[in-house]
Write a protein that binds this ligand. Structure first.
Ligand SMILES: [Zn+2]
Ligand SMILES: [Zn+2]
Length: 288
């Protein structure tokens, strides 16, 4: 009975990381630069599409060339679209990280404006070079002959493509701004320590982790047998406060290629974290 009371008390006190919704002086100028970069990435992708389309003339000189062109062109065009959106995403995430943006809302706005800028200039470029739009050119190439800018479905398709792009970029940006940040030291958290577990202990580990019932964690692996790990608790902390501050714990599944898949996460307050860490013998405490 007493144990139950204590458990419910623990559940009620369960805290999670709360972002401060602020950013550094650098964020606004950096965000402005990223929005301008998005224009150039859009125009650049359209210009490369245009250059690749020129290869058609050369390929069409010989019979198999037509086939190669027909199959290769959509792949290259979509590839260019993905590479330039990936690059744009890197710029957005860098501005959030360097500008210390802890506001998921501001991060979303930046990502939305950048994807809008990218997409408008991509289509503007396509319009300048081909007199059509990015997705329209692709559909035109695959299914249709002769561009018809009057067809409303083309605009609908272009709108859907834009919505998917901006959804992904805003999602990643928000996620980045929600990464824990130490407001005392003005530093992002870093993944600095970990505890490893056996693959067979899955159930017990998941249960203890989700309930934060740390006394019932399965026995962790020793440091010299960590390569056998099936699960790991990845611990991120302020690089200056270290074990004296709070920490974010992420329970991960480790696959054969050493790739870590996040399962669930929790937050330990200042003081609680140091106590939590010290429950493990030093031979089982892994440092990154
Ligand atoms: Zn294109
Ligand atoms: Zn700190």
């Amino acid at each position: 009975m007493e144990e139950m009371v204590e458990n419910t008390k623990k559940m009620k006190n369960k805290t999670s990381y709360q972002p401060s919704n602020s950013w550094s002086m650098k964020f606004f100028p950096m965000a402005t630069i990223v929005v301008f970069v998005s224009f150039f990435l859009g125009l650049g992708a359209a210009f490369l599409d245009f250059g690749i389309d020129k290869i058609r003339v050369w390929l069409f000189q010989w019979d198999k060339g037509r086939m190669i062109y027909f199959f290769l062109l959509p792949v290259i065009w979509m590839g260019l679209f993905f590479i330039s959106s990936w690059l744009l995403n890197q710029f957005i995430l860098a501005a959030i990280k360097q500008g210390k943006c802890r506001s998921p809302f501001a991060a979303r706005i930046l990502a939305f404006l950048s994807s809008l800028g990218f997409y408008l200039f991509l289509d503007l470029g396509h319009y300048m070079y081909f007199q059509d739009l990015h997705l329209l050119a692709l559909l035109d190439h695959l299914f249709l002959r002769g561009t018809n800018l009057q067809n409303p479905y083309f605009y609908l398709a272009a709108l859907i493509e834009f919505i998917i792009l901006s959804y992904l970029l805003t999602y990643w940006a928000k996620d980045h701004a929600l990464w824990p940040f130490c407001e005392d030291c003005l530093k992002w958290f870093e993944f600095r320590a970990y505890i490893s577990f056996n693959r067979e202990d899955r159930e017990k580990l998941m249960d203890a982790f989700q309930k934060e019932d740390w006394k019932n964690l399965p026995d962790p692996l020793d440091n010299h047998e960590k390569e056998k790990a099936g699960y790991e608790i990845h611990i991120s902390m302020c690089p200056s406060c270290r074990f004296k501050g709070p920490a974010q714990l992420i329970l991960c599944e480790i696959d054969k290629d050493d790739f870590a898949l996040d399962l669930c996460k929790t937050w330990l307050e200042k003081g609680d974290f140091e106590e939590w860490w010290n429950q493990f013998p030093s031979g089982k405490q892994g440092y990154k």
